[in-house]
Design a protein. Sequence first.
Length: 93
Amino acid sequence: MTEDGIEEARTKAKQYAKEKGYVLNVDEKQLSAVLRGLARNKERFGAAYCPCRLRSGDPEKDRIIICPCLYHKKEIEEQGSCHCRLFFEKQSE
């Protein structure tokens, strides 16, 4: 995976978080691991599949796990973050 791919994943995640009122993981090590996984999956499989979910290999079935995946909103509501800990609920100031 390339640095450009990782930065593209970071930019998209940051933009999405801002639009939805989320924040990205403040732990740079965890954040980088997830962004690398997204970039790697996009390079290998053609889409930024969530690195924390198992792909079936069927693109039609797997589209629900393209980041941001189908599950992230409910996970953030219930747990404060999505499963892979990319997006977090914004804390009240």
